[in-house]
Design a binder for this molecule. Structure first.
Ligand code: FES
Length: 133
């Protein structure tokens, strides 16, 4: 009797998405964006925009790694890809020059904004962004 009640509590697994890019071995929330860094960035490029479920995400390459964040500035919506990365590794907005730490999203120039970040990971078979959908 107790055994049957336990079985009733077990929820069925969610089906895998029909989108092949979402079918990752460990977690369906990891979305494949490229096969490699070379494919993603190309020569001399440190910022690229990628589309994940109709959302544009900016992927930034800095000296110690690769980070993903919102493509629009939280202040007034400027396109962050048109900014630049300063010598400290901060992403600088092209419009009003607010600076954001690409590792944390913190607004290091002190205006009190926060740049949304996404987890990005390089695996053997490609580069993935964690996506909540
Ligand atoms: S729009 Fe980016 S700092 Fe104002």
């Amino acid at each position: 009797m107790k055994y049957i009640k336990l079985l009733e509590l077990i929820k069925p697994l969610k089906p895998l998405s029909a989108n092949p890019k979402r079918q990752t071995p460990n977690n369906m929330d990891w979305y494949k964006i490229a096969e490699s860094k070379e494919e993603l960035f190309g020569a001399g490029v440190d910022m690229v925009e990628v589309n994940v479920d109709d959302k544009t995400i900016l992927v930034v390459r800095v000296a110690d790694g690769m980070y993903a964040c919102a493509s629009k500035c939280p202040h007034a919506g400027a396109r962050m890809k048109e900014g630049y990365v300063d010598v400290q590794g901060n992403l600088v907005c092209p419009l009003h020059k607010y600076r954001f730490d690409v590792k944390t999203g913190r607004n290091v120039s002190g205006e009190g904004y926060f740049l949304k970040r996404y987890m990005v990971m390089q695996k053997e078979d490609g580069i993935y962004i964690k996506w909540q959908g």
